[in-house]
Ligand binder design. Structure first.
Ligand SMILES: *Cc1c(COP(=O)(O)O)cnc(C)c1O
Length: 431
């Protein structure tokens, strides 16, 4: 029988010889980096396993409760597992937390009181947080409840503006929010070490301030998490890294006992807190997803680095660049060209296992201040640990690409984007 060649199946799947060869050559150059990523995944795999063993995860934990959900051993044990992984006193991990924005809003609204002030020392937060805070007028915002907000931008070179952070900290400052990932911006993502330096600086000035980190897209990218360097609370979404692609919904807050308790009393009700909240049937996916999360995150990370290197060679600005160290799974490519953003997203969509036949278009998505085009053919709707791309239709016409449950799928998706851009004549002769 004739050998079944890799490039042949790529060809059957619409990848030209030229694009395939370009990808193969780039992949070869990344072997050393990919090995380091695998070692981090190995470290984090054992960290997760250790937490599951030490907290005695049992078969009974995988079942669910209904109704009030009193004495839900699976839910309570999972929260202990998260607390072990993040080295925190407590955690809240719930399917009733509907998404990352909800988890962040919950952490903020439950730990701030009227008259308090919130400070972001790392510039503008993620778009959806603008309405939570009240930067953009919104019903139910922190602003409506008399909670004020201050922001100190990063300096042009991406470093912290320590002088103005010091000035911004005052008697009212109760909570500092630090976003680890760049989100829809082109600033650098913060390493855990840098987050630690910032927290140290802030706590020297105001030891009792609560330091919260928006950990979305950052989990398991490094061997340590922000709570290992002084963060009082980390917050994230289960349809990103820690859900491992299997969690169908959910968010988490891990941190100091008091912070987590405040969040629990707000999520359910004063007096009830963590004691209620049936897990229904989702716990086995939370556990299994968490177990897979280190390797899934590694796959996504390889995809991001692969994309950075391909698009850099094609002459586009990529953030982070092809060689920079990584602290989240997001890759931005600045096209300065609306059509390129759309073609890129079409390529990601065409590579999907679900809905590969649909064509994405820009639309006015709730929570965002411009039209956004999104490509996602995911098993879990909107999951961005699965191969996905978002492009806000505004300058610098960048796409934010992330995810990939397996490296092989991430690679295929990225090659598909190159193929789409090539076929629509956007690429010059660099290919
Ligand atoms: C995704 C994300 C959020 C919001 O999460 P959703 O689940 O989309 O609501 C907040 N902050 C950052 C940095 C994110 O990446």
């Amino acid at each position: 029988m004739e050998e079944l060649k890799l490039e042949n199946i790529y060809k059957e799947m619409g990848i030209s010889d030229k694009v395939y060869a370009f990808g193969a050559a780039t992949e070869e150059q990344l072997a050393e980096r990919f090995k380091k990523i695998d070692e981090t995944a190995e470290y984090n795999q054992l960290k997760v396993l250790k937490a599951m063993q030490e907290n005695k995860v049992s078969e009974a934990c995988l079942l669910g409760t209904t109704g009030y959900g009193y004495n839900d051993i699976g839910r309570d044990t999972l929260e202990k597992v998260y607390a072990s992984i993040f080295h925190t006193e407590d955690a809240l991990v719930r399917p009733q937390i509907t998404c990352g924005t909800h988890a962040l809003a919950l952490a903020l609204m439950s730990n701030l009181r009227p008259g308090d002030e919130l400070l972001s020392p790392v510039g503008k937060p993620y778009d959806t947080l603008e309405e939570v805070i009240g930067i953009r007028e919104s019903k139910g915002s922190l602003k409506e409840y008399g909670i004020s907000y201050k922001q100190v931008d990063l300096l042009p070179d991406g470093s912290f503006d320590y002088e103005n952070i010091k000035k911004a900290l005052n008697d009212k400052t109760k909570l500092v929010t630090i976003q680890r990932s760049k989100g829809y911006q082109t600033r650098p993502t913060l390493s855990v070490a840098r987050i630690g330096e910032l927290i140290h600086f802030i706590k020297e000035i105001k030891p009792d301030v609560i330091c919260m980190v928006d950990n979305c897209y950052g989990e398991f990218v490094e061997r340590i998490e922000p709570t290992d360097v002084g963060a009082d609370m980390v917050v994230g979404s289960l349809i990103k890294n820690p859900g491992g692609g299997l969690a169908p919904i959910g968010g988490y807050i891990a941190g100091k006992k008091e912070c987590v308790e405040n969040a629990a009393y707000r999520l359910t009700s004063p007096g009830l807190g963590k004691e209620v909240g049936a897990s229904l049937g989702v716990l086995s996916s939370f556990y299994q997803g968490l177990f897979l999360a280190p390797t899934v995150t590694a796959a996504a990370l390889k995809g991001a680095i692969f994309a950075a290197n391909l698009y850099e060679k094609l002459g586009f600005k990529v953030v982070p660049n092809g060689t920079e160290s990584r602290h989240d799974i997001i890759q931005a490519v600045e096209f300065q060209n609306e059509k390129a953003v759309i073609e890129f997203c079409k390529g990601i969509q065409a590579a999907a296992p679900v809905d590969s036949f649909v064509v994405p278009e820009p639309w006015a998505m709730p929570g965002y201040d411009s039209d956004v085009i999104m490509a996602a053919g995911a098993f879990v709707s909107g999951s961005s640990i699965e191969l996905s791309a978002d492009g806000p239709i505004k300058p610098p016409y960048a796409v934010y690409f992330q995810g990939g449950l397996t490296w092989q799928h991430a690679k295929f998706g990225i090659l598909k984007t190159v193929q789409f851009l090539d076929e629509s004549g956007i690429l010059s002769d660099n290919l």
